[in-house]
Design a protein around this ligand. Structure first.
Ligand code: HEM
Length: 112
């Protein structure tokens, strides 16, 4: 939370000096002004590199390339063995206002 030091306008919103401001990451990867059909998982979408899973800017994940490699290898090896993950129920979410994260998600691995 920050306090504005001067009057300004942001995205059509008037901000007065002294106003208290909080930054919320509302849409992120589902931002429809950035991603077409933002609520759908489209793994080969043209601007997938703009997804925020590894953060952004100077705090971007330094392990991003390693993590991408690990996930690619995992998916390739699962595909070779004809294994897939099936979601069995609704996720239990982390009770936090900052990240809408998962605490639990029941799954099973099956062969196809
Ligand atoms: C799918 C796996 C991963 C995801 C989704 C992920 C996600 C993230 C995110 C979102 C941040 C930024 C946090 C922030 O804004 O402060 C971050 C930072 C970081 N990650 Fe990852 N990460 C993953 C794997 C890894 C791996 C494999 C490593 C190391 C080998 C790693 C090392 C780091 C480090 C050191 C930072 C701090 C970078 C900095 O603040 O300068 N991460 N990660």
């Amino acid at each position: 939370r920050r306090t504005a030091t001067a009057d300004t306008e942001l995205e059509g919103q008037q901000i007065k000096a002294g106003d208290k401001l909080a930054l919320w990451y509302l849409s992120a990867d589902r931002d429809e002004s950035v991603f077409e059909n933002a609520d759908q998982i489209i793994v080969d979408r043209a601007n997938a590199r703009r997804h925020l899973a590894f953060g952004h800017g100077i705090h971007r994940c330094v392990g991003a390339r390693l993590a991408e490699l690990q996930v690619s290898v995992l998916l390739e090896e699962m595909a070779k063995r004809r294994m897939r993950v099936n979601v069995l129920g609704e996720p239990e979410r982390v009770a936090a206002c900052f990240v809408h994260g998962y605490r639990k998600l029941p799954v099973e691995i099956s062969r196809y």
